[in-house]
Design a protein around this ligand. Structure first.
Ligand code: SAM
Length: 299
């Protein structure tokens, strides 16, 4: 348990993850009935970008900062308007108290979700590290919609699913400290979760170093029995080196039918703005379409 998200908050992987989360919450809010969010690996909820940790890696500079201040990047100055979803997501980050005079704080998934949620929606946040969980609890102590659990998120799914609301989203965003083992944990947790709540939306973030490391997991997801499985990826380096994070992806099980349309232009814009020495690449495709789902359930 060495991972601390404070070193990575707002990096290019967070940009992908959190804009997909924002799109999913918007899609869920198209209906008036409340929804539940279950965040299995919540982190501490909010990150100061002038902290020692963020300063050590400077990762946010190649992530959120590039979207907010493209003119600061050589060769990136642009007058392309941003797609509305991305604009609204960035506006929500800048509207966070503490960011009145510029980008000082980067909200993690729990805080981004809580700020987008309505009074009737609810969130269950699981965080195993006691210090991170304590920060999370402090952040939401006044918010009756939000429940913080200092426990293993994979195990908590058994107790939390299906949620009372019967509609909503599970976000699975683990640290992948032991990569192969983490994939197996996700698969086991999803297998149980899908049995308990087959209609829930499940969004799973994954790192991309070597492409071949991810393929078995993606194949498993293709056969897990979910209807409509959408994959969104953003790669800022070629996916051929195991030594660094080259990009990342989000797979969404039981995805809203129009999620690909919501994400296409935002992904194109993210790739344009996060390009480093190579042009960033993006990918958005259905791993399972509705009519294919029936034939492939995992034994
Ligand atoms: N989802 C957060 C966000 O987007 O802002 C970031 C989460 S960070 C990538 C992963 C977090 O999972 C870390 O804070 C780590 O302490 C926590 N963690 C690791 N293993 C866990 C487990 N089995 N259950 C719950 N939390 C865990």
């Amino acid at each position: 348990m060495n991972y601390r998200h404070a070193y990575h908050a707002g990096n290019f992987a967070d940009v992908l993850k959190h804009s997909v989360l924002f799109a999913l919450i918007q899609a869920l809010q198209a209906k008036e009935t409340p929804f539940a969010l279950i965040d299995t690996h919540a982190g501490s909820g909010c990150y100061a970008l002038d902290s020692e940790e963020a300063g050590k890696t400077g990762e946010y500079r190649n992530g959120i900062a590039r979207l907010l201040f493209p003119d600061l990047q050589p060769g990136q100055a642009t007058n392309h308007p941003l797609p509305p979803l991305l604009r609204h997501w960035l506006d929500a980050i800048l509207a966070l108290p503490g960011n009145e005079h510029g980008l000082k704080l980067y909200p993690g998934s729990p805080l981004q979700a809580a700020r987008a949620m309505r009074s009737t929606d609810s969130a269950h946040l699981c965080e195993l590290h006691p210090d991170e969980a304590a920060l999370l609890r402090e952040l939401f102590h006044h918010d009756h919609r939000v429940h913080v659990h200092n426990r293993n998120g994979y195990e908590a799914l058994k107790a939390l699913l299906p949620p009372q609301e019967k509609r909503g989203l599970v976000l699975i965003d683990p640290p992948y400290e032991a990569q192969e083992a983490e994939y197996r944990l996700i698969e086991a947790a999803l297998k149980t979760a899908l049995q308990r709540w087959p209609t829930g939306i499940y969004a799973i973030w994954y790192p991309i170093k070597l492409r071949s490391q991810v393929q078995p997991f993606l194949r498993w997801l293709q056969r897990c029995g979910a209807r409509r499985v959408l994959r969104a990826e953003l790669l800022v380096h070629p996916d051929d080196s195991p030594l660094r994070l080259n990009g990342s992806g989000m797979v969404v099980l039981n995805a809203p039918w129009n999620l690909d349309q919501l994400l296409r232009e935002p992904l194109r814009a993210m790739a344009r703005l996060t390009s480093q020495e190579h042009a960033a690449e993006w990918r958005l495709d259905w791993l399972v379409r509705e009519d294919e789902a029936a034939s492939g359930a995992t034994k």
